[in-house]
Design a protein around this ligand. Structure first.
Ligand SMILES: Cc1cc2nc3c(=O)[nH]c(=O)nc-3n(C[C@H](O)[C@H](O)[C@H](O)COP(=O)(O)O)c2cc1C
Length: 300
């Protein structure tokens, strides 16, 4: 009832581990698969190793988290063993990559495929790494160029992960689709935002600014999925504040073909099981034969 074909990836269920949360090692990715994730996405990887921002990198806010990791990673080529280990989880492993320019994205995505990625997710959306992420993902021309360069180089499905920090996400989604994206992922964190420590009289994060995730992002993410569903033909993966059956179902009703879960994994690793059981119960009670029957229903 929950099986899904996501751009050619066969998933037992459409509840996917989001990039950057317990995705830095093969062991943790495999563990999340064992705990019920239908697919897993690695931490974003670049061509070269990168240290990321000074800490603190994460702090709690009302209704979620503020983070500014700064894309720390060992480089995509060095992640081969981790991908091999993650594959023992028995679910598709999607490798997330970032770069600052078109050719860097194409090279990183080629390596991601070479190290065993079943799919590639392009991080066009990190709001707190200068020159990367949202800096490129807010420009429809650049997005189309990058996605097109990647799509012509790799055979695995290509997902473009979008930022909510733009006036019109549909415009960016359409550009990614024109570039050849097989699917869109909406959204990365919202912001940048800031938390100030009133005793220290300084911003809490080492980077001062960070991206908001978790429940407070959810209504924005649902609206982004809703807007994209109206504008593109390719599948949309909803991410942002998904934490239970209800928040997942909202995403499917907005038009999502799958959802990703990030921040909620930190509240308890049984989240995938909880979501699956709750969604199944809802489908049965409502008399649906599968999620496809309610996808996009909120559009009337
Ligand atoms: C600590 C942390 C690290 C993250 N790292 C990445 C990353 O490396 N690449 C990426 O595309 N998104 C990253 N994200 C964003 C998440 O994948 C997700 O898009 C966002 O947090 C919204 O989903 P959530 O509310 O379920 O967490 C990160 C989020 C958090 C909280």
């Amino acid at each position: 009832m929950l099986e899904a074909d996501l751009c050619g990836l066969e998933l037992d269920n459409p509840f996917v581990l989001a990039s950057g949360v317990l995705g830095s090692t093969g062991a943790s990715l495999k563990r999340m698969a064992g705990l019920g994730a239908g697919a897993v996405v690695t931490k974003s990887l670049g061509l070269e190793p990168r240290e990321g921002h000074d800490g603190p990198n994460v702090c709690e806010v009302e209704g979620g988290l503020l983070n500014a990791m700064g894309l720390p990673n060992p480089g995509v080529a060095a992640f081969e063993e981790e991908v091999s280990a993650a594959r023992y989880g028995g679910v598709p492993v999607i490798v997330s990559v970032f770069a600052s320019k078109r050719d860097g994205f194409a090279e990183a995505a080629t390596r991601a495929e070479a190290i065993g990625g079943d799919g590639v997710e392009l991080n066009l959306s990190c709001p707190h790494a200068e020159g990367y992420g949202a800096a490129v993902g807010s420009d429809p021309g650049l997005v189309e160029e990058i996605v097109s360069a990647v799509s012509s180089k790799v055979d695995v499905p290509v997902f473009a992960k979008l930022t909510p920090n733009v006036p019109d996400i549909a415009e960016i989604g359409v550009a990614a689709e024109r570039g050849g994206a097989d699917g869109l992922v909406a959204v990365n964190t919202l912001g940048p935002g800031m938390v100030i420590d009133v005793d220290l009289e300084r911003p809490v994060l080492g980077n001062e600014r960070g991206g908001v995730s978790g429940p407070s992002l959810h209504p924005v993410a649902v609206r982004c999925v809703y807007d994209l569903y109206d504008s593109v033909e390719v599948p949309v993966v909803g991410v942002g504040g998904v934490r239970d059956a209800e928040t997942s179902l909202e995403m499917f009703l907005a038009g999502a073909s799958a959802v990703q879960v990030g921040t909620a994994v930190m509240d308890g690793t049984d989240v995938f099981g909880k979501i699956r059981d709750g969604v199944l119960e809802h489908l049965e009670e409502a008399g649906y034969g599968g999620l496809g029957e309610l996808r996009g229903a909120a559009h009337g």
